[in-house]
Design a protein around this ligand. Sequence first.
Ligand code: SF4
Length: 376
Amino acid sequence: MALVDLATATLSANPDDVATVLEPTADDGALAAAAGGNAGPIAISFPTFTDGRGFSLARLLRERHGFKGEIRAIGHLIPDHGQFLLRSGFDTVEIADADTAHVWKFSLERIGRNYQPAVRNGLPLRWDAARKAAAALDETLGKTDDLVARIKEIAHRVEGRIAFSTSLGMEDQAILHAIATSGVIKSGADVDVFTLDTGRLFHEVLETIELSELRFRIRIRLVAPDAAEVEELVARDGVFGFRHSVDNRKACCEVRKVRPLNRALEGAQAWIAGLRREQSDTRAGMPLAAWDDSHGLTKVNPVADWSEEQLMSYISANNIPVNPLHARGFASIGCAPCTRAIQPGEHPRAGRWWWENKDKKECGLHINENGKEKAA
Ligand code: SF4
């Protein structure tokens, strides 16, 4: 008997004895016991080469039970199994004849990229391609600062639904105008314009929606939070529970904004947002377009590199309707109980959750898993 190391496609020297042998009928308790024992190799038996249950067991050991040690495949296996074994979480395979190692090597090395995610395939080919396409879009958008041209380019390059999340702020109104003016929707682009109706919006936001729909003849979809989740939240924290702690506030934003946004983005190929580099230090290096791992789509910020002056002149030149609250000192506008007008010289986001430490003031819509604002 010899052992092939699947990652390097070479014969493994001095293999350790296995600590446990699992039959394909092993249940979850047997997997947990094996994974919880010592870190010695776990062998999974393949009684016939058509029995695929062992692949699932390896994956469960890795993903459900967090086993980090060696998983070895034993039994009736052929070189064509090599890729499946590796991707399912196996480290080694026991082979009867060391002279066939070169056939295993050929089988393991002939496919370099895969389309589907697996235990050992963090970057499937389609994501890799999408990442490159997003980078190419970023480069192309950077060749012009004409917003209408940028919207046309996005519609031209993105196959599938383009989600545009608008808060009816200045940037979003400029983008909405460009979408309407560009004619991309009439030309067949699937642009889904929506806003998160948290149930706590200012009356003026709703008025701006109405005015914008009439002006641009584009329906702005209201995406509501899950009613049961809101009931549970309010029953637990109270009607204004978000004022009592940062955790409460984040829980409210999670239920009323983040989860509805994630639902709205499901299945979309691209997500247009109105973030600008000037808005904060964390947005300073934001690309015009980039692949967004957490949502599995291309995130596009078509006014990322615009200055405030550029934005205001576009709004003014095109007579774009804006939220009347801006004229009353409101800069960044969110939910009514969590937004106030700012004083001259204050940071534009100073009016959001003003009672909190400024380092904790994000709603989570544009935050990644590490708690940092996404670059796109
Ligand atoms: S901004 Fe305020 S009211 Fe709106 S979801 Fe967040 S905490 Fe809740």
